[in-house]
Every structure is written in structure tokens, then in C-alpha cells.
Design a binder for this molecule. Sequence first.
Ligand SMILES: Cc1cc2nc3c(=O)[nH]c(=O)nc-3n(C[C@H](O)[C@H](O)[C@H](O)COP(=O)(O)OP(=O)(O)OC[C@H]3O[C@@H](n4cnc5c(N)ncnc54)[C@H](O)[C@@H]3O)c2cc1C
Length: 505
Amino acid sequence: MSQSDYDVIVIGGGHNGLVCANILAKKNKKVIIVEARSTCGGLLDDQIINCVPNFSTEVVNALGGLSVKYKPKSTIALSETGQHIRLTGNQHIDHRSIATFSESDADRYVEFHNKMSLFSKTLGSFMMSSPPRVMNHNYSDYFKLFKLGMNVRFLGKKNFNEFARMIGLNIADELEDNFENTLLQGLIAHDSIIGSNLGPRSPGTVINLMYRMANHDNSIFGGNYEIEGGCNQLTDALVSLAEKNKIKIITSAKVSKCIIQDDRAIGVELEDGKQIYGKSVVSNADPKSTYFNLLGSENLDTDVKRRVKHYRSKGRVAKLILDLNSIPSFNNCDESDLESRMIIAPSIDYIEENYNRSKFDKLSDEPIIELSLQENSEGMKRLNVQVQYASYKVQHGWDEAKDQCINSVIKLIKKYSPEIEKSIEGKKFISPDDVEIDYNVSGGHWHHGEIQIDQLFMLRPIPGASQYKTHLDGLYMCGAGSHPGGGLSGIPGKNAAQEILKGTN
Ligand SMILES: Cc1cc2nc3c(=O)[nH]c(=O)nc-3n(C[C@H](O)[C@H](O)[C@H](O)COP(=O)(O)OP(=O)(O)OC[C@H]3O[C@@H](n4cnc5c(N)ncnc54)[C@H](O)[C@@H]3O)c2cc1C
């Protein structure tokens, strides 16, 4: 075997790659991060992110501390009539807010929230370690599986039955059974489909919401934060930790393939031909890129190739960034409302109709959007708009469709903020295809791949690779395509590091 330069080579310096590298280096591994872009952070970028969950105590402890300040962000469902719903995650405030429209919705929201919170905690207990591998016939895997089963059983008979009933359910049925206010229904449905290729009437959207809640303090509308000073603060904190942990980072260095010897990854080759050798390699790239580009389809057996090919990872979210020369005003909103996530998704049917168009890769004239007002590096106001159901490879291509999408988003915002157009100084549009090219994520998907029942937990990203190991010895994965998925949690990175340490100690 060739001489190893490093214990571990991390391909990609997204936040998960940085978390993984730091935890390994703290355990005295000699680590290098090789990042394709000119800076680290990946999708952890102010242009991409609207709001984030905070890093859990487990992740922060594994890193040995992290100095980043999170500021809570509440949520407001905008209504054309000006009767907006404002939710914070605080039960009393939210009850009062909903009760101004419907007393019964307010009471049922508290019950619904408590139930969903209990279930998301149960799901969350599965997230902090790698999923068991059932066919392994290994006692620790059997024990893990038993523990997971017990966590669900400990919900009690009534809750267990309810959990089992809800797990495959669509969110629309649940919301229509519980609430009469269509704006509230639309708001909760929005957070159940965000980032996914599902509509509110698609089975599995309840589990999507639970999953999201598990990363957001087990709350539906609490647990949303902005990073004080912008997303770079988190990247900078992880990079300075890496410097402290003596990790070497090279940027503008795209890995073209893994070097394989005797059926084992022993290093990487960069696009410029440079080779770096390591005892293990871990990829922060998405699963399709990892398998097809880094490992190489010629090194995959037919079954694995088929599974990776069928892994669903077509992005559905675009970004429109509007630079403004003044603070915008929105009908019936005060300044504190402008600090919230503002969502335009007025009903379940509105969302479903948007979803139906996206199935045929068509854009909507009245899209679903989430707005977040931020400050750019020049101190100017910037409205970050997330556009849901903007298809990867949209009909007629994004070159043609881009202006149509920008115009319909601005036209829609004008209904709520009639003067907005006058303050727009600059526009930037990022389609899922742009995410693929500029951020090196095949398909441009929020989670590097759909969060759906057949791509979750022991099946994420594909059977046989759910414990952060690929089908090639010595090659691991640590990104959002691995359990438990994407968002700014750092959990895949932490779990992957723990798995690699088991294999290399
Ligand atoms: C449009 C959009 C909006 C989003 N909004 C939010 C939001 O508001 N809140 C939220 O919590 N989450 C949001 N997300 C999701 C979140 O950004 C991601 O899930 C998360 O950042 C993924 O982190 P990661 O470290 O796993 O991967 P990435 O951030 O994708 O990092 C992977 C890194 O690997 C590098 N890389 C890939 N291939 C190679 C190679 N061959 N050689 C070298 N380097 C390579 C890439 O350049 C990149 O830096 C959004 C995602 C999208 C697409």
C-alpha cells in the first residue's frame, strides 16, 4: 500500500464535513479537508439559507464547544386580507394568536402540537447515532434496534397506536380534521413539505413534519433561528476550530476520483492530477456524486448502481435574492414582523395546486414563498425569497424560465407589499440547477436527497450504506444524504465521525 499522508481525507468542507473533520482531529487523527469551492461552508451560505435549527448539545459537546449566537425567529403566515397569523413556538402566545380567529383551532393547535412534539422527540432519539444494520447479525445492532422499539413502545398504548396511524399519513387529512382556519392549515402544510418533492396530500408528509420538528427543538414554529452576523459566523467558527485542531484545509481543489487499491479507498485524486493519500476517505458530497463520480460506476456492482440511480435527489427549491435600498413595508406588519419568516402559502389547496404543476416541471404564476429580511455585507437590506416547487430541469430550461419565475414572485409579493418594486436595486436568482453547478450538489436538493420513508433511517441513502460506510472499504459519507438528513444540524457529520473512529481505533 502507498504511504498515507493523512489518517482521514474529508472531501468537501460543507458544515457536515467540517463537523466530522473536527471531531476526528480532536481524537488525534491527522485530517485534511479538500474543498472544491473557493471557501468552506457549502450550502451554509447567506444566499441559500433563510433560517436554521441550532446545533444540538450533543453536536456542540462532540466538537468541544462552539461560539455561535443564534437568534430566535418567529413565523408569520401572510394573508391578503391583512389578518396574518403569528406563531412563535411559545404555547401561550400561539394560543392567543390563533384564538383571535378561532377558539377551537387555538385549543386543538395546543393538543396537536403536544402530540407532534412527543412523536418528534421519539424520532429524534433515533437521530444521534448511526442506524442499526439489521442483516449484520451483530449484538450491538440488535440492541440498538431493541432500544428504538422500546422508545416507541414507551409512548404508551394510546400514543403508540396514534404514532403508527400517523406515520404514513398525509398532513392535509390531519390538518383538515383538526383545524377550520385555512391560513393555519396552509402554514403547517408549508412546513411539512418545505424542501421536498411532496404535496400536502402525499403520504409521508406527517413524518416529514415530525422529522423537521426533531431538528427544531421538537416544536412546529419554535426552534427556528438566524445566526447572528450571518451564516459565515458558523462557517468561520468551524474553520477556526479546524485550525485549532491542526486540520489542513485546501480550497479550490475539486476531487475527481478516489484512488482505489485492493478494493479499498486509499486516497483521492484532484482535478489537477495531484494525489493525496489517506488511511480513510470521507465524502461530504451527495450520495449520487460520491458513488458515480468519486467511487466510479465501473467499480459498482449492478445492484448498487441501480439503487444509487433510483435514489431521488431532484431539488425543488429556488432562491431569489432582492437587494433593497430601504426597509420594505408589508400590509398590516410592524417592524418585528419583518424579522420573522414570512410565509405565503394561504391554504392546503393553494400548495397542492402548485405541487401538481411541479409534477410536470411547470412553474406556477402564484408560487409558494418564504421571505426572510436580512442585511447584506454592505449593510443594505436584502429580501431572501425561498421559492418552493421550482423544479430541477424545469420545462423549457431555467434560462428561459428564470425571468418568468422572478416576475411571478415579485407580482405575488406586491399583493402584500405594494411598494416593494420601487426599492429593488438588484436581483439574483438561484435555481436547483445552479445549486448543482455552483455548490456541487447533484440535483441541487435541500437534503442531498428526498426525506421519504424509503430513503430514511436504515435505508438512507441506500440499503447497505446507512451506517456512513459506502460499498467500498475505507470510503465513508458524512453529508446531508446520510442519516438523518439535511438542514444545518451537523448530525450526519458527528455520527459519521463516530462511525469512522470505531473503524480506525
Ligand atoms: C435552496 C436551498 C435552501 C435551503 N434553505 C435552508 C434553510 O433555510 N435552512 C436550513 O436549515 N437548511 C436549508 N437548506 C438545506 C441545507 O443548506 C443543507 O441541507 C446543508 O447545508 C447540507 O450540508 P452538508 O455539509 O451536508 O453539504 P453541503 O453544504 O452541500 O457541502 C458539501 C460540500 O462538499 C463540496 N464538494 C462536493 N463535491 C466535491 C468534490 N468532488 N471535491 C471537493 N469538494 C466537493 C461542496 O463544494 C460543498 O462545499 C437549503 C438547501 C437548499 C438547496
